[in-house]
Design a binder for this molecule. Structure first.
Ligand code: ATP
Ligand code: MG
Length: 467
């Protein structure tokens, strides 16, 4: 705690003095206090103050480097000072009305009032400035030491003021690896339905943080067990299909969590940090299974087209959660392609099939490698090793063909202008059809010279116009 406070001392002490000179209280609060006690460095510094936003703005204007007031309506003014992002919020006492999506903001009058409306005791500690007096009115230090999430007021009061806090409980469990207190879990179960008044965007933001956390399994398990997942991500809950009487197919839910963890283990390949698209694709890859499951007379079970069905379901869910089109396209493409490799057998694909795999994966190719490898959760070591070796083989072939053909920029030998002048036609559907023909040729046969491509195109055109 002291080591981290010493590190941020230059900034917190000088800001504390600036507010004191103007006759206002100031305290470091929330995340940075919690993380200082955990010995984790934090460059986003949140403060709370008795000053009103106009007064805060005046002080920050001379003290800070660049000012922003995006959160002014909520009483927050932000600034930067060197590497530090600073946000100062006026004391609040806010509450939601039972049916409203927006918090009603009321300014509070004391630090104690401000702290009691915070989500968890470990987030409800403050350090008064200057002077660094620690304020811990709700047992946050003890909860931090015993690694438990508890609400400052009763969980029922807290969640009815802001139901998003139920999602935040799961998010912090996933980020910190803490337990959620039993009475808090009980309130989450009772009140899960209240999450429906929260906007999709706020739910999405918590879900993204949860999934990108170090222990997503912990957070997801809580969402499923409390019934919150049923409302915000029902596809996940549905994976807990009852098994058939002979236990013949694996528990898809448990399999999914393992695939998620196995894809996290490969994130080095994707740049190192948490990769939301890759993680969410792992979570959604089998969501088409419950809906496509069929039991057959010979005792087997099948999930025909669960990749395509799952991709559609993924798209729909991500749209409802207001994800960007780029994220939706990326994740649903991965879900749709996650099975393709299983047609590869022992390396039976033609070069044409390999080119198509690369073309269809497009800019998601590396994530597809990660997902496909992660999707093997068999306990049979020989089988797992064989699959890994086969995928090594596919990746090696992709690399070889890429070196020869610049697969990354796959396009036909002739462009639209060349097609039009060769065939003597103007822009329209025919040009598109010709382009498609040449692209298929490119995929099937690899690089062709322009002369050869022109010859083949003319032959195709003759046959087409004869009909
Ligand atoms: P992070 O490292 O993700 O920024 P954080 O603890 O700073 O973690 P924020 O979402 O930035 O989390 O919120 C800052 C602080 O504001 C929290 O620590 C908490 O005290 C308070 N807070 C934020 N959202 C809520 C909420 N919905 N209800 C109650 N308190 C909240
Ligand atoms: Mg924060």
């Amino acid at each position: 705690m002291t080591a981290e406070l010493d590190r941020i001392a230059p900034v917190i002490d000088s800001l504390g003095e600036a507010f004191a000179r103007a006759g206002h209280e100031l305290a470091l609060v929330g995340g940075p206090v919690r993380d200082a006690m955990l010995g984790r460095p934090h460059n986003d510094l949140d403060f709370t103050t008795s000053a009103r936003p106009e007064e805060t703005e005046k002080i920050l204007r001379t003290w800070g480097e660049a000012l922003w007031d995006m959160g002014r309506d909520f009483g927050t003014i932000g600034t930067r000072k060197g590497p530090w992002q600073v946000e100062v919020t006026t004391y609040r006492s806010e509450a939601y009305s039972a049916d409203s999506r927006k918090p009603t903001v009321a300014y509070g009058t004391s630090l104690a009032d401000d702290l009691v409306r915070r989500d968890f005791t470990v987030n409800a500690m403050a350090v008064r400035l200057p002077g660094r007096e620690v304020v811990d009115l709700y047992g946050g230090v003890v909860d931090l030491a015993t690694r438990v999430l508890r609400t400052p007021s009763t969980p029922e009061e807290s969640f009815s003021d802001d139901p998003l806090r139920m999602m935040r409980a799961a998010r912090f469990a996933a980020q910190l690896g803490f337990e959620v207190a039993p009475e808090v879990v009980a309130a989450m179960k009772d009140m899960a339905g209240r999450i429906e008044i929260i906007s999709a965007e706020r739910v999405r933001d918590e879900l993204v943080k949860l999934i990108c956390a170090p222990y997503p399994r912990r957070g997801l398990t809580l969402l499923v067990e409390t019934g919150l997942a049923e409302l915000v991500l029902p596809e996940l809950t549905a994976l807990r299909m009852e098994r058939d009487e002979h236990n013949r197919h694996k528990d898809v839910y448990e399999h999914t969590l393992t695939v998620l963890e196995q894809s996290i283990d490969q994130e080095e390949r994707l740049g190192g940090g948490p990769d939301f698209v890759s993680r969410f694709a792992a979570l959604m890859h089998d969501v088409g299974k419950p809906r496509t499951r069929k039991f057959h007379d010979d005792g087997t079970v099948s999930f025909h087209h669960h990749d395509v069905v799952g991709a559609k379901m993924t798209r729909k869910r991500m749209k409802a959660l207001r994800f960007s089109n780029d994220e939706i396209d990326a994740v649903s493409k991965l879900v749709e392609l996650h099975l393709r490799f299983h047609g590869y057998g022992d390396g039976d694909w033609t070069d044409s099939a390999v080119r198509r795999y690369v073309r269809d994966a497009g800019d998601q190719l590396t994530r597809l490698h990660v997902l496909t490898r992660a999707d093997c959760t068999t306990r049979n070591k020989r089988k797992a090793d064989r699959l890994a070796r086969t995928y090594d083989n596919l990746e090696a072939r992709i690399e070889r063909i890429s070196e020869e053909e610049e697969l990354a920029a796959l396009r036909p030998a002739l462009d639209g202008n060349q097609i039009m002048s060769l065939l003597g036609i103007s822009p329209g559907r025919e040009v598109g059809a010709a382009y498609k023909f040449l692209m298929e040729l490119r995929l099937d046969e690899g690089v062709l010279s322009e002369d050869e491509a022109a010859k083949r195109l003319l032959a195709w055109w003759d046959e087409r116009t004869e009909r």
